[in-house]
Design a protein around this ligand. Structure first.
Ligand code: PBG
Length: 327
């Protein structure tokens, strides 16, 4: 036999050959580790629905970030978990100079300097008593425009505390423009914006709500501001708006169920595209592995390679540390 199939098989014969001709290479350089830091705890608190992930103390956060830097992971994204007693209707701890995220950003910046890109998730839901990503109208709906001014304050507070990148995740219209204007107005021209541009209202965020202790009041959801998972063209419209408003990078979230969206965004736009492999994607792999049904690391590498193959330039993943060891 000497037809094209032979050629394909020849290129698969040994591990070295497969390595040489691989079209997609997942590397530690692609990874951003999401980390949770909780106010007022003495020891790290394991998150039951995310095996291997914890709510950090300030001290354990420093150690974890140091370890990630030493492994060569280029980025982290911080989520603050405030003392529940400090939550209010506006989420004012989100922009307080001594709010947990700002305090932790200073710690991390002090620990790693410019060795890592330090990102801050920018939202209000961890800080509001009602658990929504924005302020509410008297009727209980999210008030898009009133929320923008609060996001602007959070962005400036995070930049002041040392964030290289702020990452608005609330899906308010006009958030990127409002944040860019506020950052520039306060002299933070170098601070970049990673917009959660195509963020779907997703059932895959379940374990994250445990990680940040967020319950939406009255059993509500975010379907009125996050995207509908039936829509892909709409994602391109969302990304176009954010790029126009000044987003330096854009994100698609979740990742594996939205590979088509990642590919479409990659094809249409020239800014770096991030994908967020979210809590539910992580926990499903971990849960199956605990039952001995799959090899967690192998599945993680296969999924994240698919995310990269679809076109993502950077991947936010709770597997960052594990994969930095494995790769
Ligand atoms: C909102 C936010 C969420 C996630 C990141 N930022 C949750 C939500 O929109 O309800 C989810 C991350 C994950 O599931 O890993 N601040």
């Amino acid at each position: 036999m000497s037809f094209p199939a032979r050629r394909l098989r020849r290129l698969r014969r040994t591990p070295a050959m497969r390595r040489l001709v691989a079209e997609t290479r997942l590397s530690v350089d692609d990874l951003v580790a999401p980390l949770f830091v909780r106010q007022g705890i003495a020891e790290p608190v394991p998150i039951a629905s995310m095996p291997g992930v914890v709510q950090h103390t300030r001290e354990s956060l420093r150690k974890e970030v140091r370890a990630l830097a030493d492994l060569g992971v280029p980025g982290v994204i911080l989520f603050g978990v405030p003392d529940p007693a400090t939550k209010d209707d506006e989420g004012s701890q989100a922009w307080a100079a001594d709010g947990i995220a700002q305090v932790a950003l200073r710690d991390v910046r002090d620990e790693v300097g410019d060795q890592m890109v330090v990102m801050a998730d920018l939202c209000l839901d961890e800080y509001t008593a009602h658990g929504h990503c924005g302020l509410l109208t008297p009727a209980g709906e999210v008030d898009n425009d009133a929320t923008l001014d609060r996001y602007a304050r959070v962005a400036v507070a995070q930049a002041q505390a040392g964030a290289d990148v702020v990452a608005p995740s609330g899906m308010m219209d006009g958030q990127v423009a409002a944040i860019r204007r506020a950052l520039d107005g306060a002299g933070h021209h170098p601070t970049a914006i990673l917009a959660y541009a195509a963020k779907y209202a997703s059932a895959y965020y379940g374990p994250f709500r445990d990680a940040v202790d967020v319950r939406i009041a009255g059993g509500g959801d975010r379907a009125a501001y996050q995207q509908d998972f039936r829509n892909a063209r709409e994602a391109l419209a969302e990304v176009a708006l954010d790029v126009d408003e000044g987003a330096d990078m854009v994100m698609v979230k979740p990742a594996v169920a939205y590979l088509d969206v990642i590919a479409a965004v990659r094809a249409r736009f020239d800014v770096p595209v991030a994908a967020y492999h979210v809590s539910g994607e992580y926990s499903m792999i971990k849960a199956a592995a605990e039952r001995g049904w799959v090899d967690a690391t192998a599945v993680a590498i296969e999924q994240l390679t698919a995310v990269k193959r679809a076109g993502a330039d950077l991947i936010l993943t709770y597997f960052a540390s594990e994969l930095a060891h494995a790769l």
